[in-house]
Ligand binder design. Structure first.
Ligand SMILES: [Zn+2]
Length: 220
């Protein structure tokens, strides 16, 4: 018999409030419809470095009405550590863990289902688990992904949307086994995952990625 997970402790309360606030905003924008998507933060280790646990929104919750108890804490292998009342981890928790396992600077990861990213198609070959890339050059907004040089282009990777989420996570881990420039990816026919060191940076990377997906859609 598995032991019941611990309840969420107050040291994550502020972070849960911040993620719930992002959930309300993205739901209002139409990015988290029908309980879709999930938002997470990697909890720091006692020394302040990247820790081995993540706080993630619980399965099946309406993202426009997220409360601070609608969260779970899992370790980076997906084992449940703590949870709000009746809160269960979503299958998509694996996507967040894939990012934290491979990208040490990711402190917050945001996964949303937007119309433009659902329709994004690759225009460059893929490598290492990615089925392709969508390339963006000569677009001012790529500076928002920290690409500052005029010759820079953003190559946004696309992954196949396997029905079994751990298979998507495995592709993601394979691709990010080496450092990559763009702090976001798209799962084809599905949505965006973007990250940053903190909620503000992750939110910026998500908004810019969604903007690029809309540019690609407008060009088709
Ligand atoms: Zn999803």
């Amino acid at each position: 018999m598995t032991a019941r997970p611990a309840l969420l402790s107050d040291d994550t309360l502020e972070l849960r409030g911040l993620l719930a606030e992002l959930g309300r905003r993205y739901h209002a924008a139409g990015w988290l419809m029908g309980t879709s998507g999930n938002l997470s933060a990697r909890l720091p280790a006692p020394d302040g470095g990247p820790g081995d646990r993540a706080l993630v929104t619980a399965s099946g919750r309406h993202k426009g009405r997220l409360g601070t108890s609608d969260f779970v804490i899992v370790d980076l292998d997906g084992n449940l550590v703590a949870a709000g009342p009746d809160a269960r981890p979503s299958a998509e928790t694996r996507l967040h863990l894939a990012v934290y396992r491979r990208v040490p600077e990711a402190g917050v990861a945001l996964h949303v289902h937007t119309v433009a990213s659902t329709l994004l198609a690759p225009d460059m070959d893929g490598v290492d688990g990615a089925i392709g890339h969508a390339r963006f050059a000569d677009i001012e907004m790529i500076k928002g992904l920290d690409l500052w040089h005029p010759e820079d282009a953003a190559a946004l990777p696309l992954f196949a949307n396997h029905a079994h989420v751990p298979d998507i996570a495995a592709d993601v881990e394979r691709y990010y086994a080496v450092p990559r420039e763009v702090p976001a990816f798209v799962i084809r026919g599905h949505g965006i995952t973007a990250w940053g060191s903190d909620p503000f940076t992750a939110d910026r990377h998500l908004e810019v990625t969604e903007f690029l997906c809309r540019v690609a859609l407008a060009r088709r």
